[in-house]
Ligand binder design. Sequence first.
Ligand SMILES: NC(=O)c1ccc[n+]([C@@H]2O[C@H](COP(=O)([O-])OP(=O)(O)OC[C@H]3O[C@@H](n4cnc5c(N)ncnc54)[C@H](O)[C@@H]3O)[C@@H](O)[C@H]2O)c1
Length: 367
Amino acid sequence: MTDVFGLSHKDAGPATGQARHEQVVFCSDERSGLHAIIAIHNTALGPGLGGTRFYPYESEQAALADVLNLSRAMAYKNALAGLDLGGGKAVIIGDPAKDKSEALLRAYGRFVQSLGGRYYTACDVGTYSEDMDIVARECSYVTGRTLANGGAGDSSILTALGVFQGMRAAAEHTYGTPTLRGRRVGVEGVGKVGHRLVGHLIEDGAEVVVCDVSERAVERLRRIHPQVEVVADRLELTAADVDVYAPCALGGALDDETVARLRATIVCGGANNQLGHPGVEKQLADRGILYAPDYVVNSGGVIQVADEIGGFNMERAQAKALQIYDTTLKIFSSAAEDGVPPAVAADRLAERRMSEVGRIRGIWLGH
Ligand SMILES: NC(=O)c1ccc[n+]([C@@H]2O[C@H](COP(=O)([O-])OP(=O)(O)OC[C@H]3O[C@@H](n4cnc5c(N)ncnc54)[C@H](O)[C@@H]3O)[C@@H](O)[C@H]2O)c1
């Protein structure tokens, strides 16, 4: 496979898994160097919303596989976040440090605009609020802009708040009390989301131990919270005597070895795609570890940027992010009732909402 821009959707092959997408758009502007793919998984609940990943994919096929999977994940995340939004995502193929330019971003904006509002974009890996301001000069369907431009700004604020709410729900389910007071929590990755999560935990009275590959990230955290314990790496953190393990770095944190090593009774963190492969959710359940599904507890960020569509209001967005507590509790009880891991229960609840609420669009409204 050499040229994704010559591919049809069905050529995506096994990388698409079970997902059937409503629309996949290949966008190309040679002069600015834009090569992008926009995928809309479904619009049962509303226009697809999901960020733009700007990444030097090793192959065009890899970019296509990524955008198909990511847009599907956004459909589930948006559904359980209670948003009237479907699942969409975009990837721009290239190195953001070298290839990003005003012309490229504006060309991209014109392609998003051409979809007429079926897809709303936002920031993701490699794109920032300032980039969305540029995209917005050509396009009305942009969120995650800077505060100065009426945007929601840094989405990690409500992502971290949401993860904390999910963790409180996990504590309620496990210990019968919705607090981390007196518990020991291991946070892997103290970047934008992780360092804010540590703040919530300390305020709640938890003891926190962290690791990060970036010394700068650790130093910044230690300046604000000197009481935090730092361990060398994720190997040490995942083997540590903690009550809760919070993956807040990269995806795939929960592989077979990590699950076998864990001493925590709860896993709840901000990272996307934490389950390394299908079946890990069952391994966690079999070991008696409560897993708070990643896309449920980290949906505060999308809640924050989605609020921008109607004119951003932080208080309203925050109130919605606080509901992640109830949603997470509901998933745990539904999982217990159905005898399935919470990840399976979450998928079922998301599919039910997409199907039940999506169906009402079939009611004829008259002329
Ligand atoms: N920012 C958001 O609003 C948001 C929303 C939803 C999900 N997420 C997900 O949360 C995770 C963190 O996002 P972020 O915005 O904080 O990113 P970030 O880049 O600011 O932080 C990630 C941190 O993890 C560290 N890290 C990388 N590899 C590591 C390793 N092996 N061990 C320990 N630390 C490691 C990095 O040095 C960095 O400090 C990502 O998976 C992201 O997709 C973020």
